[in-house]
Structure formats: C-alpha cells, structure tokens
Design a protein around this ligand. Structure first.
Ligand code: AMP
Length: 213
C-alpha cells in the first residue's frame, strides 16, 4: 500500500503517519524530518534547506524530489510506504507519478486531512518538540508529564523555529497556494479521501482505517 498524507502544517500528518506506519507495517517517509535531520547534522542539503524552512517557504523541488525518489527505491519500501509531507507541489506529484509509472507501480491513495486555518494557528502556537528524539507535544492537547520536558528522553522541549507566529502564517499561505491544488490532482485520479482532522488523533485514525477499507 503506497499512501500520501496531505494537509496543512499542523493538521496532524506526522501523528497519523506514525499510526499508519505502525498499523500497516509500512515505512514512514517524512521530508520535513529528513530536512531537519540534515540541518541538525550540518550537511550541504541541510544548509541549503534551512533558509527556506525558516521562512515558511518550500524547499525547491530540485532539492526535494530526488531525495524522496531515492528513499522510495529502498527495498523496505517495496511493500508500501506512507509519504508524509511529499508531494507538496503539482511538479513533485508529477515527478512521483512518472517515477512510479516507470517502476510499474502507483500511489494507491491520498489521505487529505482537513483542519480550518484558525485551528491550525491555535495548534501550532502550542506545539513543542524534542530536539533530541523528535517527539511532538502540545501545551494544551498533548502536554508532556513534566512541563517543558520530553517524556521519552528528558530533553528540554523547544518551539520549532518554523512554528513561530509569523512563519506559521507564511506556511499556511504556502500550503494554500502550492499544496492545496494537489487535492484536485488526486481527486481527478479518483485517489483522494477526505478526513475530518478536527477530532482526537485516535478518532482521526479510525476514520482513516475505515476509509482505506
Ligand atoms: P513539515 O515537517 O512536513 O511541516 O516540513 C517542514 C518544512 O520542510 C516545510 O515547511 C518546508 O519548508 C520543508 N518541506 C517539507 N517537505 C517538503 C516538500 N515536499 N517540498 C518542499 N519543502 C518541503
């Protein structure tokens, strides 16, 4: 099963991708996580990507597409995978379709998690992440056991630079302009399923399982 997760930043893609990856036993490929780990380890890719990410813009397609196609060609992805945060532009979707077609393969389904902008802004202002293990929390909805401290590895939680209020607005604009058109792209292929992201993570996941059949 080859799946794509679509949705505005903060719609819950990362949380659902982990649940889907565990339940269906397929690898989780997150372009955001790949970029963040490259930034952390100071690679050339990380250096190039950082300025775009910090500004709430997309990393250019030429730095992104090959990275994902490489990851997808790994043997562990043969049986399926969940793509979280890719594609984010029509050009990326077309490149993905072309690569899949060349391998006599295809995306099965695009899962579009819908959450209104006002809720996204509220969610992202409370998001805290662990800089050490990557775990994600929310000051109100998913608080850590001890305020400001990661439950898993005890590191001090931080606000992602791109979750700062000015950047959130830029990320939402980027989403509406460049990524939302993908809903039409996958609907035209009969592959888009719409999920209401306004419920608890467990309820959202139940709806995904039900609609995937
Ligand atoms: P995410 O964690 O998925 O919200 O991604 C964080 C940031 O990484 C995004 O705001 C973009 O700047 C960048 N990014 C992630 N995936 C892509 C992609 N498919 N194309 C371009 N930029 C991306």
């Amino acid at each position: 099963m080859k799946l794509i997760l679509l949705g505005a930043p903060g719609a819950g893609k990362g949380t659902q991708a982990k649940l889907i990856s565990d339940y269906y036993a397929i690898p989780h490929i997150s372009t955001g996580d790949i970029f963040r780990s490259n930034i952390k380890s100071g690679t050339e890719l990380g250096k190039k990507a950082k300025a775009f990410i910090d500004a709430g813009a997309l990393v250019p397609d030429e730095l992104t597409v090959d990275l994902v196609l490489d990851a997808l060609s790994a043997p562990e992805c043969m049986g399926g995978c969940i793509l979280d945060g890719f594609p984010r532009t029509i050009a990326q979707a077309e490149a993905l379709d072309a690569a899949m077609k060349a391998a006599s393969d295809a995306i099965d389904c695009c899962i579009d998690i819908e959450v209104p902008d006002e809720v996204i802004i509220e969610r992202m202002s409370g998001r805290r992440v662990c800089p050490s293990c990557g775990a994600s929390y929310h000051t109100v909805n998913v608080p850590p056991k001890t305020e400001g401290i990661c439950d898993s590895c005890s590191a001090a939680l931080v606000i992602r630079k791109d979750d700062e209020p000015g950047t959130v607005k830029a990320r939402l604009d980027t989403y509406h302009e460049q990524t939302q058109p993908l809903i039409g792209y996958y609907t035209a292929q009969g592959k888009n399923i719409v999920i209401d992201g306004m419920h608890s993570p467990e309820e959202v996941f139940s709806e995904i399982k039900e609609k995937l059949g």
